[in-house]
Design a protein around this ligand. Sequence first.
Ligand code: NDP
Length: 399
Amino acid sequence: MGKALIIGAGGVAGVVVHKCCQNPDVFEEICIASRTVSKCEALKKKLDGGKTKIQTAQVDANNVSELVTLIERFQPDIVINVALPYQDLTIMDACLATKVDYVDTANYEPEDTAKFEYKWQWAYRDRFKEAGITALLGSGFDPGVTGVFSAYAQKHYFDEIHTIDILDANAGDHGYPFATNFNPEINIREVTAKGSYFENGKFIETDPMSIKKVYDFPQIGPKDIYLLHHEEMESLAINIKGIKKIRFWMTFSQNYLTHLQVLQNVGMTSIEPINYEGHQIVPLQFLKAVLPDPASLGPRTKGKTNIGCIFQGVKNGKPVTYYVYNVCDHQECYREVGSQAISYTTGVPAMIGAAMVLTGKWKRPGVFNIEEFDPDPFMDALNRFGLPWHESFVPELID
Ligand code: NDP
């Protein structure tokens, strides 16, 4: 059916490549392109020889003209951006210049400001529309599947959704005293930022990790959950009819938070460059260099993730509560694709989102968040490609 250019060769990209190869009728040919070409070649070596043809390329995704040259050479039908959020705009610029569809898993943020907002990417709406190409934003798990779950709940179970609680639990244990499950720089920027939730038309800011509850997760058990800001709240607040309140919760162990507190207290999580023996270094980037590479956690991580959404609202004048979630086992993911569940739960939806656009199911000119499309074919694909979901109409609620 088509050709995909995959940019990035980290933990998530590894899963995207595996999943494209499991779907060769849609992904006939892929090119894995990243800054460090040896990582692309290592992925090709693992998967070459199947029905999907694989090429590799070296590219600096901060450089629009390098990207344009690569796109003109490979002629993809879609670009799957699984590099870092800093590269979103340059990759979107290259897609505009070459009129190729675009998918990503995280919203743009400037490297020098830890601020998660869609405004930069939404500013491309008219240009993508005029060029007749589709940009699908946030096709990971959260953002991503959480938006698809919201669209599915709205379509099938509610006239109006009033509250959404997004719950992201990771009960995996990698055996290290401290490591992050995906890119440490992005992860630490996210959890050290102020929290926020949406209520009655506006966002209310909270101090980092200041709101804590305990939730008893299906298949995992009780865990401490903390309120965080998360990017999908911004688009869901606009796209879900009648919404009054949205909160995002993530589990953290006391051990993780104690390490983070110490690193913060000594200045290691700062994104302000400092001068060290004549070199400008960013403490958080140095910390990333000494922490375990998330891609290396796969063989060590045991346990499960559970990510889902609890919706409350009304249907035919009656109150309705609906919980939809996926449970993913770190070791099963590793056996299947050689990665832990965090990369797996992001990479599978990235492939599915790209397949939705490539097959024409979600092809519409403009820039869209995932909940703006028909959720049904995506929900079917989640079941087929390794992220089956479960439903409950009587879940435990968060007060
Ligand atoms: P990694 O750090 O493992 O991989 C990032 C990859 O991008 C690396 O291969 C890196 O190259 C490459 N890269 C970085 N800068 C450039 C550049 N200038 N040009 C070309 N390639 C570049 O990250 P992950 O795989 O864990 O995460 C990938 C994306 O997924 C991130 O944007 C992250 O925010 C997002 N994500 C989304 C989630 C969701 O649920 N929506 C959950 C988890 C992650 P090199 O190897 O040279 O460093």
